[in-house]
Design a binder for this molecule. Structure first.
Ligand code: AMP
Ligand code: MG
Length: 342
């Protein structure tokens, strides 16, 4: 496992903590028991990356203060470096140590943390984060996850952790440990396996500011739920200064082309329906429940990809879901999967 010296040392590495992984190493599988959680915290402290469950998707976790650990996340995912990462913390107090938390941000954090909400906030001087985590911006994206395993690892590690989705850049996000193994092979030092993720969609990203609260990404916290508390959000989901990976037109994509198709009329394809009423190979939710559809979305896309490859079908056709609540984030992911050029 860890040990040996085949991998060249990146320039920024502190040799005291760097332990090289051999290319043929497979990730350790860790269980969410005392031993597994302790091992995860040790690996993070040694500058390794490991896959860990959150309530949204499995994240590729690393020490947010370490250039070397963050660089390894970008390398494992093949993710462009202009994309900042989300910093995961235990609580609001942790956020206040790194960033300016205005009263709007504090209200949002009190209402929705821990949970699938990320806040983009101005960095404080002396924050100590790697510039790779923030892509050199003067803001930082912060989330306090609710998954008990993610929380336990954060508590044991005691520092900020970046954790973008544990999949190759541009591909379908992982909601099980198997998805991570299939996508990333031996890249993570370990995978902490705690079963499927409950929410199944990435976090909703908000940027509170003087002119209102901008909605940067639809996600696992439906925007209506936020708006019931704050009033209307300012939609800002088009790619801008920060080219969010999840905002790129082609993203979340299986290896087989995806087509949005409301009547699933194409039979020479793997078909994904929303409810049991639609004739299809796979369904997001038999009963039409959007929370279930969100939790199953990425697993169904992974299954559709395997089916299409096994049956030699040229495409995956998927019906859109209703445009309310989590449905907007689901349709957003499907549209981006369909926009990928193969
Ligand atoms: P994920 O890929 O789920 O880890 O989400 C990372 C996304 O968070 C980025 O692609 C951006 O959309 C967003 N993000 C992170 N940091 C910032 C920031 N400082 N300003 C704006 N958006 C950010
Ligand atoms: Mg992702």
């Amino acid at each position: 496992m860890a040990g040996g010296g085949a991998e060249p040392l990146p320039a920024l590495v502190n040799p005291c903590v760097y332990i090289a992984r051999m290319p043929e190493d497979q990730p350790e599988t860790l269980l969410p028991d005392d031993n597994g959680l302790a091992r995860a915290a040790v690996l993070l402290g040694q500058g390794h990356v490991l896959a860990l469950p959150t309530e949204t998707v499995y994240g590729l976790a690393a020490d947010a203060r370490s250039d070397m650990a963050c660089a390894r996340v970008f390398r494992a995912k093949g993710r462009p470096r202009f994309n900042p990462l989300i910093v995961h913390l235990q609580d609001i107090a942790g956020a206040e140590a790194l960033a300016e938390v205005c009263s709007t941000a504090r209200d949002l954090a009190r209402a929705f943390w821990p949970g699938p909400l990320t806040l983009v906030l101005p960095l404080k001087a002396g924050h100590g984060l790697s510039p790779l985590a923030t892509a050199g911006l003067d803001t930082v994206a912060i989330r306090v996850p609710s998954h008990p395993v993610a929380r336990a690892v954060l508590a044991l590690f005691g520092g900020p952790v970046v954790a973008p989705s544990a999949n190759p850049f541009g591909r379908v996000s992982p909601t099980t440990a198997d998805h991570v193994r299939q996508g990333l092979g031996g890249a993570p030092a370990a995978i902490l396996d705690a079963g499927p993720c409950a929410v199944g969609l990435e976090s909703t990203i908000l940027a509170p500011g003087l002119s209102g609260i901008r909605l940067l990404r639809e996600g696992g916290l439906p925007s209506e739920v936020v708006e019931a508390m704050t009033g209307p959000l300012i939609p800002d989901t088009a790619p801008g200064t920060v080219q969010a990976p999840g905002q790129l037109a082609g993203h979340y994509a299986p290896a087989v082309p995806v087509v949005m198709d409301s009547d699933l009329s194409e039979h020479a394809a793997v078909r994904i329906g929303f409810t049991a009423d639609q004739a299809a190979d796979l369904h997001l939710s038999q009963s039409g429940n959007l929370a279930e559809a969100a939790a199953r979305l990425f697993d169904v896309l992974h299954r559709a990809e395997s089916l299409a490859l096994a049956r030699n079908e040229p495409a995956i056709h998927v019906a859109p879901v209703p445009k309310t609540g989590l449905g907007r984030a689901i349709n957003d992911r499907l549209r981006r999967a369909a926009a990928m050029r193969h």
